[in-house]
Write a protein that binds this ligand. Structure first.
Ligand code: 13P
Length: 258
């Protein structure tokens, strides 16, 4: 059975005071609700990198995991402004996002760059969460599967299938991110099944174990139905992860449908 994973991508949000009350709210809320146990659901927050050591200190002795939103390819060197996987690992990260649509679009990261970052993450001992997803226009043009295939295949060619053994995949339809529009459970499930089939073609055992998260306006009121789908193993949450109460409700939904 795949353990559900609920990850909160805080994006570029949160002053220190806001982050303090958010993480305290999640940690305290976790102690108060019976519905979420570490055995059922894995929880994870992805703060802006500057706050990672601060959050790491705060989540000590809690069941909350830690990840980063981005990394660079190199380990050390003349890469002004960048942060490497080994640095993230050293300050307590276990996970790192790779290929988020905001990185692909706003920071011009192409599939080759995403593949190299994925490989660098695995080499650094981090678990990459590889984000894939189509735009509205691509969906309307019937290109969803072709786009997802291209995004996955680029990473496969660069990193190899073995690297996926230490990875998570997140399906994030670009049109659903931050828009309040959500893929229906059936729409999401169809793409998740396609992604699992892609892995199956390359490694049958891995297809059974790899976790595939859904992201894109997942909220407390739609999480349970999405998470009830057989190939949806968790959520990558943006807006709702900035509210401890909402984030915990999604974690509870993930626990209930286990
Ligand atoms: P929203 O939940 O705000 O749509 O963001 C999803 C996302 O991009 C998570 O990485």
């Amino acid at each position: 059975m795949r353990k559900r994973l609920i990850a909160g991508n805080w994006k570029m949000n949160g002053a220190l005071a806001q982050i303090t009350s958010l993480i305290d709210g999640i940690a305290n809320g976790l102690l108060q609700i019976n519905g979420v146990s570490a055995a059922d659901v894995e929880l994870l927050v992805l703060p802006p990198s500057i706050y990672i050591p601060f959050v790491h200190e705060k989540i000590k002795n809690t069941a909350i995991g830690l990840g980063a939103q981005n990394l660079y390819l190199g380990d050390v060197g003349a890469f002004t402004g960048e942060v490497s996987g080994s640095m993230l690992k050293e300050v307590g990260c276990q996970f790192v996002l790779v290929g988020h649509s905001e990185r692909r679009t706003l920071f011009f990261e192409d599939s080759a760059m995403v593949g190299l970052k994925f490989k660098a993450a695995v080499l650094a001992g981090l678990m990459p969460i590889l984000c894939v997803g189509e735009t509205r226009l691509e969906r309307e043009g019937g290109q969803t599967e072709a786009i997802i295939h291209e995004q996955l295949n680029a990473v496969l060619q660069i990193a190899g299938i073995a690297a996926f053994e230490k990875a998570v995949i997140a399906y994030e339809p670009v049109w659903a991110i931050g828009t309040g529009l959500t893929a229906t459970p059936e729409e999401a499930e169809a793409v998740h099944a396609f992604i699992r089939q892609f892995i199956h073609q390359n490694n049958v055992d891995l297809a059974r174990t790899i976790r595939i998260l859904y992201g894109g306006s997942m909220k407390p009121d739609n999480a349970a139905l999405l998470l009830a789908m057989p190939n949806i193993d968790g959520g990558l949450i943006g807006g709702a992860s900035l509210d401890a109460g909402q984030f915990l409700k999604i974690c509870e939904a993930a626990s209930v449908v286990n």
